[in-house]
Design a protein around this ligand. Structure first.
Ligand code: AMP
Ligand code: MN
Ligand code: MN
Ligand code: MN
Length: 293
C-alpha cells in the first residue's frame, strides 16, 4: 500500500525516544528538555526504562521551552528467551494498570542488581552494588549504572568496552533476567491509552523468521509502530525496516535514544527524516500539526 501525506509534517523535528536520570540518562528531565529545545527538537518523548516518574517535570520544562512533551516509557520485555524493548508512547502516565506493571518490573531490577554484584564479586570486583547505586537516581537501577561504576574504578575505558567485557551475555557480570511478557506489556500500554512501538528493532539480531514472528505477534496484539529511524540503527537499515513496517501495517517512529553527552549513539536534533514511504506514528497528532502551522 502507498500512503500520501501532507508535505508539512516531515519538517517537524520529532524525537520519540530519550532517557533522563530517572533511568540511565545523564540529564535530569528538565535539563534534557531544555537541551532538546536548544537543538531544535519540537516534539520530544521522554521514555525512561520501566518508569514514568520524570514525565511531570519534563512536561513543565517543555511548556517553559515552547516544545511539546510526549509521555512515554521504554518497557523491558522477555520474548522467546530474548530481551526486547517496547516503547509506550502518548500514554497516560498515571494509569494504574500501567503503573502497577512498571512497579513490578522496576522492583525485579533490585534482585537482578544484587545478582550482578555477586557475579562481579566472584571475579574480585567488590562493592559494585553500592557503587552502581551512586550512579542511579531515585528511579531504576540497571546495567548502565554498573558500567559507570566499573569505568570509574578503572576496569574499562569507556561504555562500549565495559559492556563488551563485563555486562553482555557470556561475560562475568551478565545475569539472565525474566522481564515482562510481550502480551502483558502491550496490555499495560493499551490500557494507558498509548501506542506500543518496537524500539530499535535493528539491534536485536533476530534473523528473518524470528523478526517476522515478532512483528506479526506484535501487530495482532495491538502493536502500533516500529522504530525505523533510531540513533542506534545504521542508516542502511532504514529502508529494510521501512519495508517491514509497511508489510505489517505498522506506523513508523523515529527516536535518538539519547542518554546524554558522550553516552549516546546520536546527538539530539540530528535525526534524519523517515524514509518517504513511511507513515509517521504522529501522522494524525494534533500536537505535531500545531508546530507545522
Ligand atoms: P538494562 O535494562 O539494565 O539491561 O540496561 C540496558 C541499557 O544498557 C540500554 O538501554 C543502554 O542504555 C545500555 N547498553 C546496553 N548495551 C550497551 C552497549 N553495548 N554500550 C553502551 N550501552 C549499552
Ligand atoms: Mn538505556
Ligand atoms: Mn532500548
Ligand atoms: Mn532507550
Amino acid at each position: 500500500m502507498i500512503w500520501v501525506f501532507p508535505l508539512l509534517l516531515p519538517m517537524i523535528k520529532v524525537d520519540l525516544h530519550s532517557h533522563s536520570t530517572i533511568s540511565d540518562g545523564l540529564m535530569t528531565p528538565s535539563e534534557l528538555v531544555s537541551h532538546a529545545a536548544s537543538q531544535g527538537v519540537q516534539v520530544l518523548a521522554l521514555t525512561d526504562h520501566d518508569d514514568v516518574a520524570g514525565i511531570e517535570e519534563a512536561r513543565a520544562a517543555a511548556a517553559h521551552n515552547g516544545i511539546t512533551l510526549i509521555a512515554g516509557t521504554e518497557i523491558s520485555v522477555t520474548w522467546r528467551n530474548r530481551t526486547l524493548h517496547i516503547l509506550g508512547l502518548r500514554i497516560d502516565p498515571q494509569h494504574p494498570i500501567l503503573q502497577q506493571g512498571l512497579t513490578r518490573v522496576r522492583e525485579s531490577r533490585f534482585g537482578r542488581a544484587q545478582s550482578i554484584a555477586q557475579e562481579l564479586e566472584k571475579i574480585g570486583i567488590q562493592g559494585s552494588l553500592e557503587g552502581a547505586r551512586q550512579f542511579a537516581s531515585e528511579g531504576i537501577i540497571g546495567r548502565t549504572h554498573f558500567a559507570r561504576f566499573l569505568i570509574a574504578q578503572g576496569h574499562a575505558k569507556d561504555m562500549k568496552t565495559v559492556f563488551k567485557r563485563y555486562l553482555v551475555k557470556g561475560k562475568p557480570g551478565y545475569v539472565p533476567h525474566l522481564w515482562a511478557s510481550l502480551e502483558e506489556t502491550l496490555s499495560w500500554i493499551l490500557a494507558a491509552g498509548g501506542l506500543p512501538v518496537i524500539a530499535h528493532p535493528g539491534r536485536y539480531d533476530l534473523g528473518r523468521t524470528l523478526l517476522n514472528d515478532l512483528l506479526s505477534e506484535f501487530k495482532s496484539g495491538g502493536g502500533a509502530g516500529l522504530e525505523v529511524v533510531s540513533g542506534s540503527h545504521h542508516p542502511e537499515q532504514y529502508g529494510q525496516l521501512a519495508e517491514l513496517a509497511q508489510k505489517y501495517d505498522l506506523l513508523a517512529s523515529r527516536g535518538s535514544d539519547y542518554h546524554g553527552p558522550g553516552h549516546s549513539y546520536m546527538s539530539m536534533g540530528r535525526l534524519p527524516d523517515l524514509p518517504s514511504q513511511c507513515r509517521p506514528l504522529w501522522h494524525d497528532w494534533e500536537e505535531v500539526r500545531e508546530h507545522a502551522a
